[in-house]
Design a protein around this ligand. Structure first.
Ligand code: HT7
Ligand code: ZN
Length: 876
């Protein structure tokens, strides 16, 4: 794997006019005939050869304008096909034949066969595993696709675009033809064939066209696709109303498959989904599953405009489709559910996933400038920080100018493959604002640290806010420029009333957005009648670490009176965090853990406040995770001490809030039939949070066991099982629940993944042996990415005390698993390996064990480029 540099980008010498593909499907010998019409680009070297990409391919035939190409005119290897002496100015047709083996494709990239279904995954560079091709996103063409296959085994033959027709083909075969008129890059190509059940509906677009909606799932699972269909229709409507985007084909299809490397894929008109993100009913899906399905269905659908109609010029520009589309799906979910609760969940996720990436060895800019393996750049920085950067553009411009900029982007670039610079220019042109400094958010890695302090001058009635920003060094970027940081800001009086200054000097303030643009800046708020309480970075308007020392009293005031509910939640976190950090330190020293009453009181007040929505109250009760505490401690971390300290704080809250939790547990029942709506989900979340605290103060499993026995939906059942397994793993109640759950759901792999994941996250050193035992059960399948992620992934990413046990056995186990997975599925192996990215924050004994395990991987022969890239960067 060589390093690819953004600076080396240049357009192709040949323009691809159209693509005509014929697949003769066979489990082990699929014949692919690709007819490609090219012409030489104006101004290109008239002698330049045509060089096409391949990956593990072998060429079976090559025609130029229907005539055999002599061996002297081309050269074919597994990785490329080079054809020389091509016409200088006239179009020509190249017919390329390859034979590929879908059954043997364990990487799940290109054309593969799983569970009897043929399916493709072409992003980022999978199409080159099907045929030789200019496999890069700036080569766009309309596609015709003919599929021939055995009719009995494959009644369904699907590809992108609109259906042209089909017929019998002799010898028990049949064929179907599809045409996609919208020019697309190869990464959006898709083919699916097999025998699946169908759920159908229709959607009438804003201009009155009827679109056929089809979701294909395993036979018998059709009723479980109803929620996904509903989410799809809501997404289509929302994109019309909010962004003016109408769907553009006669048909939109989703296919659910069980072997898939990621969540889903936005292939034009034919989305392919991990079945985990399609199938739901109350018996098998949690409220979190419903929310994920809604978000991912929306995300892939929204790509039709942000990604498909307008795509990336090269893979460095990935955030132009991913960051923007995540922003769009976040906004969709915020509109469908509760905006503040959604924002809290986003920020929790950003801080627990993206912040560690941005402060560790894998840190990279939202728009990177080099990569060795593009699969390793589908990161939380490109996706989630990319979304935050888009959100900041909306914050800077305001709703109307942001919309004007988006409209301009759609008008100006429809049908093109573009760059971040093109995207930003649309907002500059729409608003007249210079976004040069702002664009550093795309180019500088690292989470900025903003240090703030305020002083009140009673005589002058002014409040002075001193701000300083520092962007930490990251790999390859030692020094940084100051960024444009938009901080939503408010001041409150002692009675909770909002204080509005008559003017602000020293920094621009637009509405409630204070613009920090210099390294240090002092903003003075004038005509403030009394000492104000400062609420900074409301709604998390900018993804920074904020250092602002505030008294417990001030934080409690924000937690009670802020009109921005995100800021209320943040204030509760800020009240609680010092206690959790001190608890970890005390636990390490063997000192008894204590907790400030101000924090406990504020938390219980929020939990008990009926004017707040239950989902918010549940978020307030969910303490920062052990990983969050480790990140905040910042080094020399002992996972056992962090766990012990956090549990002690939980116990103190549980004891103090006994009566409140008991009342909540009784009052938050959701009467009537199950509904996945956000309000009902919020009540369940609050009730299960109460159950967690009650079980802590009971110090006995009876209440959780009763909840497990009474549960009539997966949210409650899995919450109760989690309490039993995590808190009381050695009791008869926990053992019976674990077995009962398995016996009840043994036939449903997606539910068994929950069973695996719950057990993989049981705190403590003994979990490793449990996992090794579970891997030997017939319910576990090594080749399935969902199973691997549920068991090995959860252990490595979400079980600090088990994975990080002091003898290093967890790290050694992971190293061996990574080497094994890498033989079959490098993309999956590399992704799970990123769980080691924060190893340098561990205390020295564990850090040594972690380093040895990483070196064991690094020393292994025949590593994939994917794993080699990650292990090298993590160790550097
Ligand atoms: N655009 C897709 C990202 C993706 C992917 C999906 C499935 C398998 C492999 C993949 N490589 C890249 C999904 C998305 O973000 O919408
Ligand atoms: Zn996406």
């Amino acid at each position: 794997g060589q390093i690819i540099h953004l600076a080396d980008y240049r357009p192709t010498d040949f323009v691809l006019e159209r693509v005509d593909l014929t697949f003769d499907l066979h489990p082990t010998e699929t014949k692919v005939e690709a007819r490609l019409i090219f012409h030489r680009r104006e101004g290109a070297d008239p002698k330049a050869p045509l060089v096409l990409d391949g990956d593990e391919l072998s060429l079976s035939g090559l025609l130029l304008d229907q005539v055999d190409v002599p061996a002297s005119q081309f050269e074919a290897t597994a990785e490329s096909l080079t054809v020389r002496d091509l016409p200088e100015s006239t179009p020509f047709e190249l017919t390329i034949t390859t034979v590929i083996n879908p059954e043997a494709n364990t990487q799940l990239m290109g054309l593969y066969r799983s569970g009897g279904i043929y399916c493709t995954q072409c992003e980022a560079e999978g199409f080159r595993r099907i045929t030789y091709f200019p496999d890069r996103p700036d080569v766009l063409a309309p596609y015709t696709v003919n599929i021939i296959a055995d009719k009995a085994a494959n009644p369904l033959l699907l590809s992108n675009g609109n259906f042209l027709g089909g017929a019998g083909y002799g010898e028990g075969k049949h064929f179907a033809a599809w045409f996609d008129p919208h020019p697309k890059p190869s990464y959006l190509f898709a083919l699916v064939a097999g025998d699946l059940g169908l759920v159908e509906d229709t959607f009438v677009t804003m201009s009155g066209r009827e679109v056929a909606l089809k979701i294909y799932v395993e036979h018998g699972k059709e009723p479980r696709a109803a929620y996904a269909m509903d989410a799809l229709k809501r997404s289509m409507k929302w994109d019309e109303e909010r962004f003016g985007r109408e769907y553009d084909l006669d048909i939109f299809m989703i296919v659910a498959v069980s072997d898939f490397n990621m969540g889903a894929m936005e292939n034009k008109g034919l989305n392919v989904f991990n079945d985990k993100y399609v199938l739901a009913d109350p018996e098998i899906a949690t409220d979190a599953d419903y929310a994920n399905i809604e978000a991912i269905i929306a995300h892939e659908y929204f790509h039709n405009w942000t990604g498909n109609r307008i795509t990336c010029r090269d893979w460095f520009q990935l955030c132009i489709k991913e960051g923007l589309t995540v922003y769009r799906d976040h906004e969709f979910s915020a509109d469908q559910r509760s905006r503040p609760v959604k924002r809290i969940a986003e920020v929790r996720h950003l801080k627990s996933e993206q912040f560690p990436e941005d402060s560790g060895p894998l840190a990279h800019p939202v728009r990177p400038t080099k990569y060795r393996e593009i699969n390793n750049f589908y990161t939380t920085t490109v996706y989630e920080k990319g979304s935050e950067v888009t959100r900041m553009i909306a914050t800077l411009l305001g709703r109307d100018l942001f919309k004007k900029g988006m409209d301009l982007y759609f008008d100006r670039h429809d049908g093109q493959a573009v760059t971040i610079e093109d995207f930003i220019k649309c907002f500059e042109d729409a608003s007249g604002r210079d976004l040069t400094q702002f664009s550093l958010w795309y180019h500088q890695a690292g989470t900025p640290l903003v240090t703030a302090s305020g002083t009140y001058d009673a005589a002058a009635k002014s409040f002075t806010l001193s701000l300083e920003q520092m962007v930490p060094a990251t790999p390859g970027q030692a020094t940084k420029e100051p960024m444009h940081i938009p901080l939503r800001t408010a001041l409150f009086a002692a009675d909770g009333a909002l204080l509005t200054p008559t003017s602000v000097t020293g920094a621009e303030l637009t509405d409630d957005v204070l613009h920090l643009t210099a390294r240090t800046q002092t903003a003075v708020f004038h005509d403030i009648p009394s000492r104000p309480v400062l609420s900074l970075n409301r709604s998390f308007s900018t993804p920074i670490n904020l250092q602002l020392s505030q008294s417990a009293k001030d934080l409690a005031l924000i937690a009670r009176y802020e009109t921005d509910h995100f800021a209320r939640w943040q204030a509760l976190i800020d009240l609680g965090l010092p206690n959790l950090l001190q608890a970890a330190r005390d636990a390490r020293q063997g000192i008894p853990v204590t907790c400030d009453a101000a924090f406990v009181d504020a938390l219980l007040a929020a939990a008990n406040d009926e004017s707040l929505e239950p989902a918010f109250r549940a978020q307030a009760l969910a303490l920062p995770s052990e990983a969050d505490i480790a990140r905040e401690l910042g080094g020399n971390n002992d996972p056992d001490a962090i766990h012990t300290g956090r549990q002690a704080i939980l116990a103190l809250i549980a004891e103090a809030g006994k009566n409140i939790f008991a009342a909540l547990y009784d009052n938050m029942q959701t009467p009537g039939p199950f509904s996945p709506d956000a309000a009902s989900a919020g009540r369940r979340a609050l009730r299960n949070a109460a159950l967690t605290y009650l079980s802590q103060s009971d110090n006995a499993p009876a209440r959780a066991k009763a909840a497990f026995d009474a549960a009539n939906n997966m949210t409650d059942l899995s919450a109760a099982l989690t309490i039993l397994a995590h808190r009381f793993p050695e009791t008869a109640e926990a053992k019976a629940a674990i077995e009962g759950f398995r016996d009840r759901f043994a036939g449903n792999a997606l539910v068994i993944d929950k069973w695996f994941a719950i057990q993989a996250a049981i705190p403590g050193a003994a979990t490793l042996e449990r996992i090794q035992g579970l891997m030997e059960t017939p319910l576990f399948k090594r080749t399935n990415p969902n199973r691997m992620r549920a068991l090995v992934g959860t252990f490595a990413f979400a079980n600090p005390t088990g994975f990080g046990r002091a003898d290093g056995a967890g790290y050694r186990f992971l190293a061996e698993e990574i080497l094994d997975i890498d033989q079959r599925n490098p993309q999956l192996a590399a992704r799970i390996l990123t769980s080691m990215r924060s190893w340098r924050l561990l205390e020295p004994v564990r850090a040594d064990h972690a380093r040895s395990a990483l070196m064991q991987i690094e020393r292994a022969g025949n590593l994939s480029t994917d794993v080699r890239d990650i292990v090298d960067r993590i160790l550097k």
